[in-house]
Design a protein around this ligand. Structure first.
Ligand code: M1P
Length: 256
């Protein structure tokens, strides 16, 4: 009979990454040196991306070379799956007027002084809401982010949606917005989908929003519940991911 260590050794390693805050600064292109490293990393390993963003936004941040080298790219928190820029699956949802009104009221009643436009963005299977607006420039994002940390505006709205008698769940995905999805349509769907296709793989997930209320949390919880050989690697910034991957490459090289 195989020991658990032997079993883990025959498991294929799959690396799963969130994008904003994990591989790039929020909504920014990947840094050049890290981008070069990451492309080589993905060319020799099984790499999956999972983001709350849609493909258009990811294409602004990651070169097609990287996106097309990944085994799969899950966008809109897993509602869409892309392989080599080809849409493989998509699940859509119509958000009810009651929820849309709640979000419009949140934007209208926010005490944050700045409004820059594009406050409600409907994506595949996801509604993204931002009081400051998605058209905010980088400096305006940073200002809102700092203000939100102190006021906890987003955390309160997330809690309100999650407590409401509505079949929806909310999370604070990035710096300025809130993602709302039908209950269960969160990043954890990626765990079920990947393991359903091939149970003989060990997932290592890197995410920067693993804390309660963050949009990486549901996937992290699915991995924790399944236990070893799957693993969660919380990071705070992309340089930390870079550091961990350099170590990972070294450790595996020495073990080979
Ligand atoms: O991928 C993380 C998040 O990135 C953006 O967040 P924000 O604009 O708030 O920084 C959004 O695309 C969000 O939906 C996504 O979860």
């Amino acid at each position: 009979m195989q020991t658990s260590t032997q079993r883990e050794a025959v498991m294929k390693q799959t690396y799963v990454f969130d994008v904003d805050g994990t591989l790039t600064a929020p909504r920014q292109p990947i840094e050049a040196v890290f981008g070069k490293f990451f492309l080589a990393f993905a060319q020799h390993r099984s790499v999956i991306l999972v983001s709350g963003s849609d493909l258009g936004k990811l294409q602004e941040q990651l070169p097609d070379k990287i996106l097309n080298t990944c085994r799969a790219v899950f966008t809109c928190s897993g509602a869409e799956r892309w392989e080599c820029s080809r849409l493989v699956s998509r699940k859509t949802h119509e958000f009810p007027a009651e929820l849309v009104t709640l979000c419009e009221n949140f934007v209208a009643e926010s005490s944050y002084p700045g409004r820059f436009g594009n406050h409600l963005e409907f994506r595949t299977g996801m509604l993204n809401v931002s009081a400051v607006g998605r058209n905010a420039a980088v400096a305006q994002r940073e200002e809102y982010f700092a203000w939100d940390k102190a006021s906890e505006e987003r955390a309160q709205f997330v809690a309100q949606i999650n407590a409401a008698a509505l079949p929806y769940e909310a999370s604070a995905g990035g710096q300025i917005s809130i993602d709302i999805v039908p209950r269960g349509w969160n990043k954890s769907v990626v765990f079920d989908e990947l393991l359903g296709e091939d149970p003989a793989q060990a997932l290592m997930f890197f995410g920067d929003r693993i804390q309660q209320g963050g949009n990486d949390r549901p996937l992290a919880e699915a991995i924790w519940a399944a236990g070893a050989p799957h693993e969660v690697r919380p990071v705070e910034t992309w340089p930390e991911t870079f550091e961990q991957l350099l170590l990972e490459v070294d450790t595996r090289r020495m073990a080979a």
